[in-house]
Design a binder for this molecule. Structure first.
Ligand SMILES: [Zn+2]
Length: 93
């Protein structure tokens, strides 16, 4: 795994306080164990938006299971807005 991806995952874990963000939305407290991509990391998506965007911590949520992982995904019609948000974050960093 690239250093960039590992750094972004670490930020994702720290932001979440190591807790599952999906369970937290439902008032449950479970320790997370994986970073989920809101815009999924599919080949065509990475080709279209770039890996820096897709693996940025703003596109990641820390989750506890594959079930919560799939719930972190956003619908395709929200991709463009999310990408614009992430670009602005990258410019501010
Ligand atoms: Zn969970």
């Amino acid at each position: 795994m690239s250093l960039y991806k590992e750094e972004q995952r670490e930020i994702c874990r720290e932001k979440a306080n190591y807790m599952c963000q999906i369970c937290a939305k439902n008032g449950k407290f479970n320790r997370g164990n994986q970073c989920a991509h809101m815009i999924p990391q599919k080949d065509w998506i990475i080709k279209k938006y770039g890996s820096k965007i897709i693996h940025h911590h703003s596109n990641l949520e820390y989750v506890c299971s594959t079930k919560c992982n799939s719930k972190a995904m956003i619908p395709e019609y929200e991709y463009e807005d999310k990408v614009e948000q992430i670009k602005r974050r990258i410019n501010d960093e």
